[in-house]
Ligand binder design. Structure first.
Ligand code: GLU
Length: 447
């Protein structure tokens, strides 16, 4: 039997920027598609003309590009109304969609009455019991209906969720979902199912806030005669403190870029949190894609911790080869300089600081008692052979002449040469500073 090519889709509504929660959903879809030799599609859910904004569509594309998750295709719901219309007409003709005329206030009252009696607030299908004449009378008053999808109550709705395992819903406990408003506009539910069929989506990957929607949409797939895709509902994301935090809703690509993070760090963290696999500083997605498996996802919320992301970023930066960062380094900075400073970086951007240290000028605060020692060091730096390992040549010589050792030997040199008490290995840094600048800096520090 020929197996269908894997197709996933990421379906954001362009009503805001992507935040870390939906970036994670996009990543899951992207990884699953890549891991199965499939296609990752972007679907812009813009049926809500009022809330959708074009600049958010552009931002979503740009964010995915920065994240290195460019889609293999894109569709927009706003360009597909004709398709929705024809599927809608067929479902109305088949009796699976029906008009309802209650106002929001009436529905609210019905809900309150049921809740007051301790009953679940399920829609009572009063609209289905209207006679032809009653409907005509309502329409004659200018009341236009909204539309509900009629659930089949005969059997439980079941599916085997790739993350959550076997799921079962009793449709009799669910209201027939409103799928279209009185003004003709679409709610999310039916267009999404139509598109998933039409786009050949084989695996729907989304957050667990959609689990009950899936129960409803499974009946829609069935009503349209389609084989439903597989479903994977990942547990939601929480902040480091374990709560749903407001901050998560505003953390997105802009912020990651601003603080100088690598897209790979964001991917490496989001690929693993909420799974039984550890977060690892992998500089390349291949091993993460190879081990990606919904069966390894936990049911507990995944914790997103910015501090963990920053640490992971540093560990990934420490592995990046010069070629991967060359276009983001200051002009003139080469592979030797990158290799020397890389272990000290939290972000690639910080390389510019060390380039400044190498190039100078540096400003060092030197204690009075170290000045004579540094004058001695300046003379030694002028005298030693710089072709091999000048740092060892310099410190070996000074050990003998000054009688200093340990911190007293090294720290004043580091301060005078770099203006800082900490930093990259001096053995690597000193040749890059070079003899002329080193002699001058030591001399200046000697006062
Ligand atoms: N636009 C919907 C959302 O952002 C898509 C949900 C889905 O993946 O089906 O929640």
């Amino acid at each position: 039997m020929a197996t269908r090519m894997t197709v996933t889709r990421f379906a954001p509504s362009p009503t805001g920027r992507l935040h870390v929660g939906n970036i994670r959903t996009a990543l899951h879809n992207w990884m699953y598609a890549k891991g199965n030799g499939g296609r990752f599609l972007l679907r812009i859910d813009d049926t809500d003309a009022e809330r959708s904004e074009e600049h958010f569509v552009d931002a979503i594309r740009a964010d995915l590009a920065w994240l290195g998750m460019e889609p293999d295709g894109e569709v927009r719901q706003s360009a597909r109304f004709a398709l929705y219309e024809s599927r809608f007409a067929a479902l109305v003709a088949a009796g699976r969609i029906y008009p309802a005329y209650e106002t929001a206030q009436e529905l609210d009252l019905k809900r309150k009455v049921l809740l007051g009696r301790g009953l679940p607030p399920v829609y009572d299908r009063a609209a289905l019991r209207l006679s032809e004449a009653e409907r005509a009378a309502l329409e004659a008053q200018g009341i236009r209906p909204h539309w509900r999808f009629k659930l089949d109550h005969d059997a439980p709705i079941r599916w085997d969720d790739a993350v959550r395992g076997p799921q079962s819903f009793d449709p009799a406990t669910m209201s027939d979902p409103v799928i279209r408003r009185a003004d003709g506009s679409w709610l999310y539910m039916l267009p999404s199912a139509i598109d998933d069929i039409d786009m050949g989506v084989t695996q729907v990957v989304r957050g667990e806030d959609h689990v009950s929607n899936t129960a409803l949409q499974l009946q829609m797939f069935d009503a349209m005669g389609a084989t439903p895709p597989g479903f994977a509902h990942a547990a939601l994301l929480t902040g480091a403190e374990g709560k749903l935090s407001k901050r998560l809703g505003s953390l997105g690509v802009d912020h990651f870029r601003e603080v100088g993070l690598e897209a790979q760090s964001v991917r490496a963290l989001l690929a693993r949190i909420g799974t039984s696999d550890p977060v690892e500083p992998v500089a390349d997605m291949a091993p993460l894609i190879a081990t990606f498996d919904f069966a390894r996802f936990g049911r507990a919320p995944a914790r997103f911790d910015e501090a963990e992301l920053a640490q992971l970023n540093a560990r990934i930066v420490h592995q990046l080869p010069f070629e991967a960062v060359a276009d983001r380094l200051p002009a003139g900075m080469g592979a030797a300089e990158w290799d020397a400073v890389r272990p000290n970086l939290s972000t690639v951007g910080e390389a510019a600081d060390w380039w400044g240290v190498i190039e100078g000028p540096v400003d060092a605060e030197i204690a009075g008692e170290d000045r004579a020692y540094l004058a001695e060091a300046a003379a030694a730096a002028a005298a030693i052979d710089w072709t091999g390992d000048p740092w060892h040549a310099l410190t070996d010589r000074l050990k003998g002449t000054s009688g200093r050792k340990g911190k007293a030997l090294f720290l004043p040199l580091r301060l005078a040469l770099t203006g800082r008490a900490h930093g990259p290995d001096m053995g690597q840094l000193l040749p890059l500073i070079g003899q002329a600048r080193a002699v001058a800096r030591l001399g200046a520090a000697a006062g």
